[in-house]
Structures are given as structure tokens and as C-alpha cells.
Ligand binder design. Structure first.
Ligand code: BGC
Length: 739
């Protein structure tokens, strides 16, 4: 059974818009113009002898084994200040969903006695995938500002943020840290978050460059893929985010691409990033991602956590070995100057030299930022017979499982944020690998309590779901049963499959058999298999909901908030529909199987019916689209009318797709634009989107340029990638675009 309607548009497109003129088109990634920051960086570099320049090109890891140098605040990376040249220290810290912190110790009962970091506390946003599900770059930008302000209050000025590896492999344990499967959505959202961070005297990275698509064998696996396919998919996501967000640093990943480590990969770093994209900032390695002093020649500007590959005493690859290579001219001193210049210009461009004192953190206001994001991230996947919102006069509600009495789940690893006032339950350390294994942490935001506040007259009971008999008995006695199901993910560990772990499928099935009004709330890091889907009345995907997740979930369940999230990844029926039914475990992953057809493009190309398609999400109201106009180029503009036909106010996310006219395209359809509109009942708005010409193009490897083939292109507007309502065409002349 499918709850969505795979209403592939059967409309025949009419005659389209005008013929585009002129070619070739200019470079989109315009050569960076020298700025004041470049000039200042150059002046400083000119004064610095090699020994001083060398002070900038490696950072020291403070989290674990290394001794902490004076001046460091004990975060992931520290680069000492150089007062003689007026250069401030770099205090680098992770920041997937907020400044990463970690427990300083545990008491006898196993509860953390505090968290690390000057200011200690931090506010977790919903997961990055949840942010992507909002399809609202304004929320990503606001979230970025919030993270940066909290980080700066702790003395941090470089954030290891901006994770954007495309979700090629939904079992990837870090899927929750990334922006989904589409280059335009991911690039736009990530660019916005980076812009937000960097508006606050803080440098942001973008990571992990590139094709770091899974955690299994992550330190050695080779992502094998053709040049054209990677340019049109994973690299396009980076390209768009870098253009829109201008991150000061790029972090190269652990994995190899086509047999060469990311951080030793001159093609990725020198040819693509620095030459083709004119990237002016610095490349830092992932922690321990360096593989030799010659990485400097491949494009690395800074080795991170030098003690990962060295010995804590400056003997890492960019320690003594780099200075020897400079002395014997194996590496020219001009390269060392370039490394320092790139680092300094990004620090200067983002105001690290001139930063005013940080403001005190308003945790209450930040929790609100987190809640706003989650409210727009919640995706209503199924809602039979208008089960949701819950009837305002409901008498008895059964809440089952997922620790919903106390909190909401978060993702583990370097993107973990230990929440303000500590976790909701005693943190569990699954001890999967070693002492560095991540913890399972619940944020203290109780859906149960939030529901009790919204339904004051109702009786609401909770059972943990461990005993299915108790759960079904409670469900039977209630008007509505809400099961909270969880799927924990973490850095370093891929999921074996997309099924809910433990006995949760059986629990949902049993509860649904006991009560026809069963609602499932999913707290997951990625897509979930739902064998029980036909039996439940409603499903709400909440991702990892963040600091005020419980409140946001209760607001959607009660109808205070109309759900407006849309899936940023395809939910397959089962793993057999994926390009790799079993996750690649050996020395390499063959990504040429799907090539650039990541996610929904693969499902479209293979004509597979997913469980829920990319871009999908229901609302408590109904939106219709009309009056499509497709303009002439060279930048094609699409406009149409969105009307709220229901009786509730709500937000909609109309999506524009371009169909490639030839089989030469990587897939039948590409997301080419989107917007988020807020409409009162009966209200309408004109939405317009300008399509990036690269979304009409293929990457011509021989010419090293984007190439638009002449032809008639279909442009569609839809509610999801599989529910397309309007259709138009535009005729394109052949054109060529510099990368
Ligand atoms: C992760 C990075 C992170 C770094 C520093 C690495 O293991 O892959 O994403 O920024 O650690 O904590």
C-alpha cells in the first residue's frame, strides 16, 4: 500500500517558452576578486619567515590523549596565536547541530558531572537532515548564527560545520549530519548555514570533501566514480554551497576517491576546488586524514590534530617533515606562503582579527531557534481519515516508547551536543568499538509533558514499550495511541539496515492491532522501513528533534502547528531497492552503479516505487498550483501560483524539476528550484524561481566545462518528485559554461 499518490504527471507539455540565445556563458564560480582580506593577508605573509609561517599549518587535538597547550580551550583543534604578527589563535570545534561538548566525568550512577567547554552548555538544533527537511534556508541561516554565537561565548572561532556529503547510502551512520540526497537542496541549505555562522566573527568549514558517503571502513575505503558523475552530484553540492556560503575552510575527508586519499588528492583539491572553483580559503585535513608531507603539494594547507599521525611533539607530517622538505626545496617556500595566506585571508575575511567580545548566551532564545526549526522539519508521512491533528476533545491518549516521557533522541559522534541541564536519561555507551564510541543521548524535552500541556483535560498515560502486553492493554483503553519509535545513528558506525532496531516493529504492529487510531512518531537519523505502515492511521517523521523537540512534536500533533516538512531523502520500501542492497564493506564502493543518479534520481531511472519519495510531505490543508510561466534564458525563470484551498493556514514547499531531454542525462528529473510559502486559508501567492543553468547541463569531462545540449527541456512544478502538477517547456540552444 502506498499512502502517497504516485501521480506522475501525464500532462503533455505544451509548446514552451522562447529559445535561449547566446553562448558560451560566463563562469559561474567567478574568479575571486582580491579583497581587503587578501591584501592584509599578503602584507602579513611578506613579513613572516618560514618558521613563523609554519606556526599556522597544523593544529593540535585537545580532546583525548594529547596534552593541552597553554591557551587552548580544549576543543578539537588549536593553532597557537602569533602575537608578533598580530595573529589570533584558532580554537576549532565541531558544530554539526551546535558546539560539540563532552562530559568531564561521570558520577557513581553514570550521570555526567558536567560538560567540557568554557561556557559548558550548548543548545542542540534538530539534526542537519531535519534542517534540510524544512526546505527553508532562512532557518538554516538563523541556526548557523545561533551555533556561532554559542561557540564564540566558549572562545571558539573556527567551527567544523557544514557537513554536506550527499546521502548516497542511507545506512551511512552520519546521514543525520548531512543535508540529504539532492545537490541543489543540500547546497542551498548548507550555504545558508555557513553564511549564518560566518556572519558572527567565526570561520566555518564545509566537509568532508569529498564522497565520504559511508562510515564502514571510512579510513581506507575508495569511493569509485566517474568524473562526470561526481561533478553532477556530490561535487555540485559542494560547489553550490561554497558559492553561496563562502566557507573559510574546506575539510578533506578520510576516504579515498578513485584510489587516492581525499587529502592527497591533487585532482580534487588543486584542480577542482582551487583551480576550477577559484576557492580562496584553506584546506584542512580531517583528524588523522593526512598521509604524508606531499599532501602539501596535493593542496592541503593545514593538518588537523597533528598528533593523530605524529607523536604529540610536532613530528606529524606538517611538523618537522614539512620544514625539512622546505629546507631541501622538495616543497617550495612559496607553497608554505600560499598555505599561510589562505588561512589568514579566511580569518581576516570573517573578522577573527577584529572580533568584539562575545555576548552572553540567551539559552531560552536559542531553544526557541531550535524549536522553530523542528516545527518546520516535521514531515507528516501518512494521515488517514484526518487522524491528525488530534481531536481537541480527546479524552484518553496512550503514549508508548522512545523515552517520550522524558526526552527526544539525538545522534552520536563529533556532532553530539550534550544539552543544557544534562541529558534526559542516563546516557548509554553502547561500547561498539572502544572507549571512543559515541554515547546515546536524549535531549530533555518531553513529548509527554508537552502533550499534557496541550490537552489539559485529557488523561495521558505512558508506558515504555518494553512489555508489549502492557503497551497493547494501554492502547486498547485509549482513544488514540502514539508510539514513539527510535533509530539511533552515530559517526563511525553504519546501520546494518533501515529497520527500526529491537522489537519496535513488533511493538507498533501489536499496538496498531489494539487501537485503529495508532499514530507513529519516528525519531530517526535516516530513512526507516515500515512493514506496519498499512496498519497505522498516521506517521510523523520527527528526525532528531533537538532542544525543544518534544514541544514541536506536540504542536504538530495538536494542530497548533501545521506540518510543512518535506523529505530530503527517499524512503525505500526495503534495501533491495538501493543501488547496493548490502553496504560496501571492502576496499572500495562502486558508486558508478548509480553515478550521479543519487536518491530519487536512481528510483526514477530504475522505475522503482519508493515507500515515500523525495520532496514528499503532507499538510493539514491543501495547496494547488496553476498558471505556470517558463521564461526565456539564459537564466530560465519559472513562475506559478500557489493557492491554499483548505481551511487552515499553512506552509507549502512547491518544487520545480527539470527533465533532461536525452537519455544522456543522469536521470529523468532534477530538482531545479524550490520555495517555502506561508498562506492563510484561501490565500494565494505567485512563486518564482530562477534556474541555475548547470541544472540544464551535463559535465563535459573532455572540455572540463558544463555543456547545455540544444533541445526542448520540460520544466515541472510539483508537491514532490513524484507528484507533479504543472508542466511547461523551454527550448535551449547549445551552450557551454566554465565550472
Ligand atoms: C570527523 C570530523 C570532525 C573531526 C574533529 C573526525 O573524526 O570525521 O567530522 O570534524 O573528527 O572532531
Amino acid at each position: 500500500m502506498t499512502v502517497h499518490h504516485l501521480r506522475r504527471s501525464l500532462l503533455r507539455c505544451g509548446v514552451g517558452a522562447l529559445v535561449l540565445a547566446w553562448l558560451p556563458m560566463p563562469s559561474l564560480a567567478q574568479a575571486a576578486q582580491p579583497t581587503d582580506a587578501d591584501a592584509r593577508a599578503e602584507r602579513i605573509v611578506q613579513k613572516m619567515p618560514p618558521e613563523a609561517l609554519h606556526g599556522l599549518v597544523q593544529s593540535y587535538f585537545m580532546g583525548g590523549t594529547a596534552k593541552q597547550p597553554p591557551g587552548s580551550i580544549g576543543a578539537a583543534g588549536y593553532v597557537p596565536a602569533l602575537p608578533a604578527y598580530g595573529i589570533p589563535a584558532q580554537q576549532q570545534n565541531d558544530a554539526g547541530i551546535g558546539p560539540n561538548n563532552y562530559p568531564v566525568g561521570f558520577d557513581a550512577r553514570g550521570w555526567p558531572t558536567g560538560v567540557r567547554g568554557n561556557a559548558g552548555d550548548a543548545t542542540p538544533l534538530p539534526s542537519t537532515l531535519a534542517l534540510a527537511a524544512t526546505w527553508n534556508p532562512r532557518l538554516a541561516e538563523t541556526g548557523g548564527r545561533m551555533i556561532a554565537d554559542e561557540a564564540r561565548a566558549q572562545g571558539i572561532n573556527v567551527l567544523l560545520a557544514g557537513g554536506i556529503n550527499l546521502s548516497r547510502e542511507p545506512r551511512n551512520g552520519r546521514t543525520f549530519e548531512y543535508f540529504g540526497e539532492d545537490p541543489l537542496l543540500a547546497g542551498t541549505m548548507d550555504g545558508a548555514e555557513i553564511r549564518g555562522i560566518q556572519s558572527r566573527h567565526v570561520v566555518s568549514t564545509i566537509k568532508h570533501f569529498a564522497l565520504n558517503a559511508q562510515e564502514t571502513n571510512r579510513l581506507a575505503i575508495s569511493s569509485d566514480i566517474g568524473e562526470r558523475a561526481m561533478r553532477e552530484s556530490d561535487l555540485l553540492a559542494f560547489e553550490l554551497a561554497i558559492e553561496q556560503g563562502h566557507p573559510g575552510a574546506v575539510m578533506c575527508g578520510y576516504n579515498k576517491v578513485n584510489g587516492i586519499y581525499d587529502c592527497s588528492n591533487a585532482h580534487l583539491l588543486n584542480d577542482v576546488l582551487k583551480r576550477d572553483w577559484h576557492y580562496p580559503g584553506w584546506v584542512m585535513t580531517d583528524w588523522g586524514g593526512d598521509h604524508g608531507v606531499t599532501d602539501a603539494l596535493a593542496g592541503v594547507d593545514q593538518v588537523s590534530g597533528e598528533d593523530f599521525t605524529g607523536d604529540d611533539n610536532g613530528k606529524g607530517n606538517f611538523g618537522a617533515p614539512l620544514m625539512r622538505a622546505i629546507a631541501d626545496h622538495t616543497i617550495p617556500v612559496s607553497r608554505l606562503q600560499d598555505m599561510a595566506r589562505r588561512i589568514l585571508r579566511s580569518m581576516l575575511a570573517n573578522g577573527l582579527f577584529d572580533a568584539p567580545p562575545p555576548k552572553p548566551v540567551d539559552f531560552e532564545a536559542d531553544a526557541k531557534v531550535s524549536q522553530d526549526a523542528e516545527e518546520q522539519a516535521l514531515v507528516l508521512l501518512k494521515n488517514d481519515a484526518a487522524q491528525l491533528p488530534l481531536d481537541a476533545h480527546v479524552q484518553r491518549i496512550a503514549v508508548i516508547g522512545g523515552h517520550a516521557d522524558v526526552g527526544v533522541l539525538s545522534g552520536g559522534g563529533s556532532a553530539q551536543v550534550w544539552p543544557v541541564h544534562g541529558p534526559a536519561i542516563k546516557p548509554v555507551h553502547p561500547d561498539l568499538h572502544d572507549s571512543a564510541s559515541p554515547w546515546i543521548v536524549y535531549d530533555p524535552s518531553s513529548p509527554l509533558r508537552a502533550l499534557q500541556q496541550r490537552f489539559r483535560k485529557a488523561r495521558i498515560d505512558y508506558v515504555d514499550g518494553d512489555d508489549p502486553a502492557r503497551a497493547t492493554a494501554l492502547a486498547k483503553s485509549a482513544d488514540v495511541a502514539i508510539v514513539f519509535a527510535t533509530q539511533w545513528e552515530a559517526e563511525g558506525i553504519d546501520l546494518p539496515n533501515l529497520s527500526l532496531p529491537g522489537h519496535q516493529d513488533a511493538l507498533v504492529t501489536a499496538v496498531a492491532a489494539a487501537n485503529p487510531h495508532t499514530v507513529v512518531v519516528l525519531e530517526s537519523g535516516t530513512a526507516v522501513r515500515m512493514p506496519w505502515l498499512p496498519n497505522v492511521a498516521a506517521v510523523l517523521e520527527a528526525w532528531y528533534p533537538g532542544a525543544r523537540g518534544g514541544e514541536a512534536i506536540a504542536d504538530v500533533l495538536s494542530g497548533r502547528v501545521n506540518p510543512s516538512g518535506r523529505l530530503p531523502i527517499t524512503f525505500p520500501r526495503d534495501e533491495r531497492q538501493l543501488p547496493r542492497p548490502v553496504i560496501a564493506g571492502g576496499a572500495s564502493a562502486d558508486y558508478d552503479v548509480e553515478g550521479a543518479a543519487v536518491g530519487y534520481k536512481w528510483f526514477d531511472r530504475q522505475k522503482l516505487e519508493p515507500l515515500f519519495p523525495f520532496g514528499y510531505g503532507l499538510s493539514y490543508t491543501r495547496f494547488v498550483y496553476s498558471d505556470l510561466k517558463v521564461s526565456t534564458g539564459p537564466r530560465v525563470t519559472v513562475s506559478f501560483v500557489v493557492r491554499n484551498m483548505g481551511s487552515r493556514a499553512g506552509m507549502d514547499t512547491p518544487q520545480v524539476y527539470v527533465d533532461m531531454p536525452t537519455a544522456d542525462g543522469e536521470a529523468p528529473r532534477r530538482l531545479a528550484g524550490f520555495d517555502k510559502v506561508d498562506l492563510k486559508p484561501g490565500e494565494q501567492a505567485v512563486v518564482s524561481a530562477t534556474i541555475d543553468p548547470r541544472l540544464f547541463a551535463v559535465f563535459d569531462v573532455a572540455a572540463n566545462r558544463w555543456r547545455i545540449d540544444a533541445g526542448r527541456y520540460t520544466v515541472e512544478v510539483g508537491h514532490s518528485s513524484r507528484d507533479l502538477a504543472l508542466c511547461g517547456t523551454t527550448d535551449m540552444k547549445a551552450a557551454s559554461i566554465a565550472p
